[in-house]
Design a protein around this ligand. Structure first.
Ligand code: FEO
Length: 166
């Protein structure tokens, strides 16, 4: 089934949003690195990789449908946090924004009876649930740890490994 023009546009917009997510997390990683919090920085670097994987899933999907990939300009990430807690609150807010976008895309796929896109989006719906849950967990851990144990949490986050598909 050929992909409809406006569905293709919405997927290209989502490719942009995923790459902008990657860019945001990479900018955050750099700030953590500068603060000497290598574990947080490493965690965010892996998140950067994961976001590029997300973008490429949509990219490959469009190509598999004989669609046209049109890469768009990425906006400069605005990163302004003073504490790790603020940073991860920003991560959670960003993921909630992305979840909203995925839900809108799913609504479009249903309205257009685009079944292959619905199937692809099932993966993203599960992924968003996981990403929000992880951000919430880190926020809880940061609150419990307090400043005195930040170092311990930083070391713990340094254990994150890239997922197999990343
Ligand atoms: Fe690709 Fe973190 O959403």
């Amino acid at each position: 089934m050929a992909i409809k023009e406006h569905v293709q546009q919405a997927i290209n917009d989502q490719i942009q949003a995923e790459f902008e997510s990657a860019y945001l997390y990479l900018a955050m990683a750099a700030q953590f690195d500068q603060k000497g919090l290598k574990g947080f920085a490493g965690w965010l670097r892996i998140q950067w990789q994961e976001e590029t994987v997300h973008a490429m899933k949509f990219y490959d999907f469009l190509l598999s449908r004989d669609g046209t990939v049109e890469l768009q300009t990425l906006k400069q990430p605005e990163v302004s946090f003073d504490t790790p807690l603020e940073a991860f609150q920003e991560v959670l807010a960003h993921e909630q924004y992305i979840t909203g976008r995925i839900n809108d895309l799913y609504d479009l796929a249903v309205a257009e009876r685009d079944y292959p896109l619905q199937t692809l989006l099932h993966w993203f719906i599960d992924e968003q649930l996981e990403e929000e849950e992880t951000a919430r967990q880190i926020i809880d851990d940061l609150r419990l740890a307090g400043d005195a144990n930040l170092f311990v949490l930083d070391r713990e986050l340094s254990n994150r490994q890239p997922e197999p598909e990343a």
